[in-house]
Structures are given as structure tokens and as C-alpha cells.
Design a protein around this ligand. Structure first.
Ligand code: HXC
Length: 516
């Protein structure tokens, strides 16, 4: 029989665990506008769904007087609960306990969670706020980090892993999030870097602020480390919940199909007018996406990084899809190093988790020049090729305008196992644009012509008529159909329905060798 004294003891220990590093530390956290680990978990999970693991687990370090700073649960809260009724595993680093610094036992708690998540097939959400390796523990902490890294890698492609960065994240602490699928950072309160401004100053003689070095704005626009810079913790958590709604629980399932009130045959006359008459004029590809997806609801990933490519999730007739689209409104939608890496990583995530890919194409090619070549546009552009070629999920392509050169091949072309490839009448599927082509082919003759300008214009029109249209590709079956833009939604939905039971496999191998 459980006595009332035993129950009292349990309640007292639970209360102690809830206090983390103590009320004074909680107050300090609040004073900085930051929530505690438990408050963050409460924001994420459905009310009352949280079950905690290892709340009484403590560190074993006895160096530097550490026996006097033992807290139940140590610097992390771990467990599981539900988000929108679906199970997730969650951990939240507790900054009130020794700055959330990672001890050996904290690592054990995270590893246990990752292993359970893999075994039971549910996503893992990490809420990070940590000073990195626990200095007093030394090698044990480093070993703990390594154990986590290994499990992050083993879980990659098995269950979705999402990281929120809600405070400092330095040293080894950045690499576990970097191994996960998505990173959300809170603006103002969080940063990620290998080493802080002081060390940067002494080693590199650079003056840089914390924000400039590793803030959310920098990582969401320049480095591409972060997928979304949230305005607040609540915003970061809301982003994660929405993200989860589009993805399956694990690699053996498909994402939930939601009821759809938006008519599947809905046409959009606006799409007929969206591509400008001037083939070099910009337009906003996001409008094409918004016009076609269910209820105009598009969830963009990495919006501020390499905006010349758009990636994100949406639904067609309730079916979750990953959208990849060139953006003619930014750098003419060109493929460069950053956009290739952004696109390739997204394609691979979708392929890991059985999410069909819808690709909208308007791309003038790869960006030339020394900056790109020195940076390895060949190696990085090849990532995009590799990702599309290897992907076995349903791949549906709509060419709205330009599909030039290597970029034509890359963007989910028939040759890379595109399942259904449509083109609008405005599509130009060619080796290059008419101006460039004519200059290469006829520059010598133009010089000799009575009116070189008129000569080139005539040749350009001829090239446009002969090659720069969707019909040459359609004649060869590289484009399955040339469609009325207004019907794009209905055609994509039909293609999705057609490919619902698609089975495609790659040759047996240990793993491929994507050009990293
Ligand atoms: C032990 C730590 C700690 C750490 C912070 N604390 N970081 N304890 N190990 N790594 C403790 C502090 O002593 C303090 O304890 C409490 O946490 C809060 O820290 P403050 O410094 O008061 O907070 P704040 O001013 O907000 O600064 C936070 C911080 C700073 C920026 C994170 O604490 C910091 O720079 N910490 C060290 C970061 C770091 O270099 N980590 C090691 C990285 S190397 P009290 O008792 O006073 O409240 C690494 C290698 C791993 O991670 C490699 C794996 C591959």
C-alpha cells in the first residue's frame, strides 16, 4: 500500500524538480523576457498531454564542488505529449540549471528520447537554451554531445526532427540542431555560433556583435542555418506546430490528409495574365502558388534566404505537398549556390517523408561568374540535380515560362523521373533565351548585315517561334501536356491522384554520394 507519507515525498520531489535551478533563476529568466523549459513545453503541447521522463535523474559530477549543485532532472526536461492529437517527443533545456549546459546525464536523457522516437515513429522537438558543454564535466560532456549527434544522424530520415533556439546556443550545442531537419530561432533572445564575439576578436581581429555573428536575422537570411526567425517564443512554437501539421509522423507513413472545402476543379483566370508579355519582365511566382493551393494557404520555409527559389508546404485537395518554385521576382529566379542548396535540402526532406513534390519552373539557368564558380556553383548546383534525380516521391512539374539549359534538366524534368510534367503556353523550353542564342549563332552574320539590329531581331523571332516554346518538348513527350494556366489547380490535383500509389525504388546501395 502506498502511504500518505510516500505520496507526500513524491509530491515534494516533483515540486523540487519543477523548480529547476530555483525560483531566483526562474525570476531571472522571466526578467530577460524568456520562458522556462516547462513553460515552453506547455506552449507546445496539447493541454494536459505532457508525460515527463527522468525527472529525478541527476548529474554524477563531483568535480569543482558540483556535489552541492545537484538538481532533480538536471538541466533538461524531457518527455512526450501530443500536438494536435499526434504524439511528439520533446526536450527543453533548462537554463535555470547551470545555464542549461550539457552534462553526461542530460545527454543520456536526450538519447533515450531519440531512441524512443525512432522506435515508436514520432517526431522529436528540441527546445534549446544552453551554454554548451558543461565545463566542470569536460570529456563526459563532449562524449554526451557525440552520443546525441550519432542519434540525430540515425534518426535523420526516420522521424522528423525540429529544433527551436530560444536562448544562447554555442560551441557543440549548435551541431545537434544543425543535424535536425528544421531550425526556428527566436529574434532578439537567441543566437547560434561556434564561438562568441570575444574569441572572434582575439582570433580573427574582427569586431562583431552577438546579433551580427549569430542572431536569428543573420541565420535566416545570410547563412541559411535557420528556417524561420520568430518574433517571440509563442511565434516560434506556433511555427513548429504548423510545420508538424504538414508532415507525417515517420518515414513509413504519409502526412495527414485534411478535409478540403476548396473545389478541386476551381479555375483561376488570373493565372492566364500573370506571365508578362515581355519575357524578361518579373512576376511573383508566389501568386501562382497561392492561386492554386487549397484556400491560398502556403507555409513557406527559409523565406528570407535565397529568395530566388521558393520552398514550402501546402495542400492540394487536402494532400500535403512540398512546393519548389523558381522566383522570377528575385534575381530572375536564377539558380545559384544558395538557392541550389536550399532547394536540394527541401527536396530531400520531402523525399524522406513521402511528401509529393510540386515544382513550378521559371528559370533562366545557373548564375555564371567568378563569385559563383569560386564558391562551387558546380558542386552545389549538382546537389539540386542529385536531390531531384534520387527522389522517388510523386514529382509533378509545371513550367510557367523559362526552362533554360541545365536548369531545365534540374527542375524536376522528365529526364529526372518527373511523373507528370505540364507546361503553360507561355513556356520556353530551350538551351538558352532567344537573345543569347541568336548572339551566339549569328553575331558574325549580323556584323555583315545591312541593318544588324533588324537582322538579329528577325533571327530572334525565328528562334522564339522554332525552339523557344513548349511544343518542341511536348512533341518529344518531355512535357506531357500544354495546359491552360487557369486549370493548373485541377491538373495538379489529378496528377497527385494519379501518382498516389506510386512505387519507385533506387538501386540497392549503402548510400549515395551527394556532392557535399
Ligand atoms: C557550466 C555554465 C556554462 C557551461 C553557463 N553556465 N555556461 N556552467 N558550463 N558551459 C552557468 C554559469 O556559470 C551561470 O551559473 C549560469 O550558467 C548562467 O550563466 P550566465 O553566464 O550567468 O548567463 P548569461 O550572462 O546569460 O550568459 C550565458 C552564456 C554564458 C552566454 C551562455 O554563460 C557563456 O558564455 N557560457 C559559456 C559558453 C561556452 O563557451 N560553452 C562551452 C562551449 S564548447 P550561476 O551558478 O552563476 O548561475 C562546447 C564544446 C562541445 O560546447 C563540442 C561538442 C562537439
Amino acid at each position: 500500500m502506498t502511504t500518505s507519507k510516500q505520496l507526500e515525498q513524491l509530491l515534494e520531489l516533483q515540486a523540487r524538480a519543477r523548480l529547476g535551478g530555483g525560483q531566483d533563476k526562474i525570476d531571472k529568466q522571466h526578467a530577460q523576457g524568456r520562458l522556462t523549459a516547462r513553460e515552453r513545453i506547455d506552449l507546445l503541447l496539447d493541454p494536459g498531454s505532457f508525460e515527463e521522463f527522468d525527472r529525478f535523474k541527476t548529474h554524477r559530477c563531483r568535480n569543482f564542488g558540483m556535489e552541492k549543485t545537484v538538481f532533480p532532472g538536471d538541466g533538461i526536461v524531457t518527455g512526450h505529449g501530443t500536438v494536435g492529437g499526434r504524439i511528439v517527443y520533446v526536450y527543453a533545456q533548462d537554463f535555470t540549471v547551470l545555464g542549461g549546459s550539457l552534462s553526461e546525464t542530460m545527454a543520456e536523457k536526450i538519447c533515450k528520447l531519440l531512441e524512443l522516437a525512432m522506435k515508436n515513429g514520432a517526431p522529436v522537438i528540441g527546445l534549446n537554451d544552453s551554454g554548451g558543454a558543461r565545463i566542470q564535466e569536460g570529456i563526459e560532456s563532449l562524449a554526451g554531445f557525440s552520443d546525441i549527434f550519432l542519434r540525430n544522424v540515425m534518426a535523420s530520415g526516420v522521424v522528423p526532427q525540429v529544433s527551436a533556439i530560444l536562448g544562447p546556443c554555442a560551441g557543440g550545442a549548435v551541431y545537434s540542431p544543425a543535424l535536425t531537419d528544421f531550425i526556428v530561432m527566436e529574434r532578439m533572445n537567441s543566437y547560434m555560433f561556434l564561438t562568441g564575439p570575444k574569441v572572434v576578436k582575439s582570433v580573427c581581429h574582427e569586431d562583431v556583435t552577438t546579433e551580427e555573428l549569430g542572431g536569428a536575422d543573420m541565420h535566416s537570411s545570410k547563412s541559411g542555418v535557420c528556417d524561420y526567425a520568430a518574433e517571440s517564443t509563442a511565434d516560434a512554437i506556433a511555427y513548429i506546430k504548423r510545420l508538424l501539421s504538414f508532415v507525417p509522423q515517420n518515414n513509413l507513413e504519409t502526412a495527414p490528409i485534411l478535409p478540403c472545402a476548396d473545389p478541386t476543379e476551381r479555375t483561376s483566370a488570373a493565372l492566364r495574365a500573370i506571365v508578362p508579355d515581355n519575357t524578361n519582365a518579373a512576376y511573383d511566382m508566389k501568386q501562382v502558388i497561392l492561386e492554386t493551393v487549397d484556400d491560398g494557404d502556403f507555409f513557406e520555409i527559409k523565406e528570407n534566404f535565397a529568395p530566388n527559389i521558393i520552398v514550402g508546404f501546402a495542400r492540394y485537395n487536402g494532400v500535403s505537398v512540398g512546393i519548389v518554385a523558381n522566383q522570377p521576382a528575385y534575381l530572375s529566379g536564377v539558380l545559384d549556390i544558395d538557392s541550389s542548396v536550399k532547394g536540394a535540402r527541401f527536396v530531400r526532406f520531402c523525399d524522406c517523408f513521402n511528401i509529393p513534390l510540386i515544382t513550378f519552373v521559371d528559370v533562366p539557368g545557373f548564375l555564371p561568374g567568378t563569385f559563383q564558380e569560386y564558391g562551387g556553383v558546380i558542386r552545389n548546383g549538382a546537389k539540386m540535380l542529385y536531390a531531384y534525380a534520387e527522389a522517388t516521391v510523386p514529382k509533378i512539374t509545371v513550367i510557367t515560362r523559362k526552362a533554360y539549359g541545365g536548369a531545365y534538366c534540374v527542375m524536376s524534368s522528365k529526364h529526372l523521373r518527373g511523373d507528370v510534367n505540364y507546361a503553360w503556353p507561355s513556356a520556353e523550353v530551350a538551351v538558352m533565351g532567344s537573345r543569347g542564342a541568336v548572339e551566339v549563332l549569328y553575331s558574325r552574320q549580323a556584323k555583315a548585315a545591312a541593318d544588324p539590329k533588324a537582322f538579329l531581331a528577325e533571327k530572334e523571332a525565328e528562334y522564339q517561334e522554332t525552339v523557344s516554346n513548349p511544343y518542341v518538348a511536348a512533341e518529344r513527350g518531355y512535357v506531357d501536356d500544354v495546359i491552360d494556366p487557369a486549370t493548373t489547380r485541377a491538373r495538379v490535383i489529378r496528377a497527385l491522384s494519379l501518382t498516389r500509389n506510386k512505387r519507385d525504388v533506387n538501386p540497392a546501395k549503402k548510400h549515395g554520394n551527394i556532392p557535399l
